[in-house]
Design a protein around this ligand. Structure first.
Ligand SMILES: Nc1ncnc2c1ncn2[C@@H]1O[C@H](COP(=O)(O)OP(=O)(O)O)[C@@H](O)[C@H]1O
Ligand SMILES: [Mg+2]
Length: 296
């Protein structure tokens, strides 16, 4: 199996008539190669997540490299959000959810008894699909995290500015910091949520389909921002948009769901590789079928 290296951009899947599978990603859309650093920040080892008795996703092992963007792709319901939430213990907040296997952050088990989940979520922040600013001013949205976590802040104004600059929002809001965060456009709200996340100085930022509620221009801005953020932070992003994964990420994890004898679907990681390789030369037939649009 080998997918041709020469890409052909196809906008309408029904027009893809070539005999060889065509990856729906143009070469100019591929992110630059992964940076040289290969330090691992987080590692999942044989992670399964259950909701009650239902095993939603099974046996996932992968390493998240530092200062890179790792994308998780795959059809709906294959466990991408579930695995993402296992990284910062967000599943703890869902009644009946249970994680087995190990998730480590710099080698430390994030589920160990003496680990404070609040501290885990400060270091491993999260941005959601639907922008969710608090019904507070722009300033107070950003200052919220530092205040509630009791961070030592010598000058809150400076910290708010730094976070808004870091989220590429400062120029648009610097004259209206007292305005409600809810008065901003969708794309600005999402960047405000990113500013709120980075204000507590996390190391890892998880993003669950952060652009799916945004128009293409706002999406573009967030994608550019992700590249900037990766210089300082480690990013893990779930996207249902393969082109987006190809454009922005250095590594891609492809998930799918198997149906068992009882008809239950269980998500699983099929393939994890450098993004360029996964999209040009997938090792698994299921990855190939997905990226060539045969299913999903
Ligand atoms: N809070 C929950 N309670 C019960 N089942 C859930 C919950 N969240 C997700 N699931 C189930 O777990 C599986 C994986 O879901 P999810 O992680 O949301 O997939 P994805 O993000 O890939 O679309 C699905 O079958 C979904 O219905
Ligand atoms: Mg999801």
């Amino acid at each position: 199996m080998h997918i041709p290296l020469r890409f052909q951009e196809v906008t309408d899947m029904t027009t893809a008539t070539s005999e060889r599978p065509t990856v729906h990603v143009a070469p100019r859309d591929l992110a630059p190669s992964a940076p040289a650093s290969t330090a691992t920040v987080m590692e999942l080892s044989k992670v399964s997540v259950y909701y009650g008795n239902y095993q939603a996703v099974r046996d996932t092992s992968l390493a998240i490299p530092q200062n890179q963007i790792t994308a998780m792709i795959g059809p709906s319901g294959c466990g991408k959000s579930t695995i993402l939430r296992s990284l910062n213990r967000m599943n703890d907040l869902i009644p009946g959810a249970r994680v087995t296997g190990s998730v480590t952050y710099h080698g430390q088990d994030v589920y160990a008894k003496d680990v404070d989940p609040i501290e885990v979520r400060r270091r491993i922040g999260m941005v959601f699909q639907k922008p969710n600013p608090f019904p507070k001013s722009i300033y107070d949205n950003v200052a919220y995290g530092p205040r509630v976590t009791g961070m030592t802040v010598s000058n809150m104004d400076d910290l708010v500015e730094e976070a808004l600059v870091g989220a590429a929002l400062w120029d648009e809001v610097k004259d209206k910091l007292k305005t409600s965060g809810l008065a901003l456009s969708g794309g600005q709200q999402q960047r405000l949520c990113i500013a709120r996340t980075i204000a507590v100085r996390p190391e890892v930022i998880l993003m669950d389909e952060p652009c799916s509620a945004l128009d293409p221009i706002a999406t573009n801005k967030i994608e550019d921002l992700m590249h900037q953020l990766a210089q300082t932070y480690t990013l893990v992003i779930v996207t249902h948009n393969m082109q987006q994964a190809a454009r922005i990420s250095h590594h891609t994890a492809f998930f799918t769901a198997d149906v068992d004898a009882a008809g239950e679907r269980h998500g699983r990681l099929v393939e994890f590789d450098q993004t360029g390789r996964l999209f040009t030369n997938p090792k698994d037939k299921r990855t190939e079928d997905y990226i060539t649009g045969r299913f999903g």
